[in-house]
Design a protein. Structure first.
Length: 185
């Protein structure tokens, strides 16, 4: 599956009137050269990977206009949604990021006046982080615009389709987190 296949809804086995996606073309090619090959997993994982790549390329236009990258916004969002101070380690876990990446992003966000640090009174090695008023205001102003952008991205699917897709992806994610998390330990 090294081709990086995928796409949006449609493709192999889809209803009439839908445009074929790139994964359907890759699957068709594999079936031509290896007719007995079960390409079912490729049809799912390839599409997830391709959707992720396309969404990554779009780079969240509202965030970009606000001068933020997605990882920076994720850090700010974690501080906002939890409602309390977090340590860099907490933020790494909340955002599925490495400690080094969090440290680098926090330095930039602190320099911009969006995050402030407070040392721990009991342990000088521990740093507590919180949003500044400017950081909170930025998250609160950008989030509704970002959600509207994401709604537009998903507008090709109606409400029930979005709900079904969210439920299926949630189930897959839960299973993968359980299985792959156990493999990492």
């Amino acid at each position: 599956m090294g081709e990086g296949p995928g796409g949006l809804p449609g493709g192999a086995g889809s209803g009439a009137g839908r445009r074929e996606d790139t994964v359907a073309g890759v699957v068709r090619q594999w079936q031509a050269v290896r007719p007995g090959l079960d390409t079912g997993p490729m049809e799912i994982i390839g599409r997830i990977n391709r959707c992720a790549a396309l969404l990554q390329q779009a780079e969240d236009a509202p965030l970009r206009r606000a001068g933020l990258s997605r990882p920076e916004f994720d850090l700010l969002g974690a501080l906002r949604r939890t409602g309390h101070e977090l340590t860099p380690g907490d933020l790494a876990r909340e955002t599925f990021s490495s400690g080094a990446a969090v440290t680098k992003r926090l330095k930039q966000l602190s320099e911009r006046g969006l995050v402030e640090r407070r040392g721990d009174s009991r342990d000088r090695r521990v740093v507590h982080l919180r949003l500044t008023d400017a950081g909170r205001d930025l998250v609160d102003s950008v989030l509704p615009v970002q959600l509207a952008y994401e709604t537009a991205v998903l507008s090709g699917l109606d409400g029930p389709e979005q709900g079904e897709l969210a439920a299926l992806l949630g189930e897959l994610l839960s299973q993968l987190e359980g299985r792959l998390g156990a493999l990492r330990t």
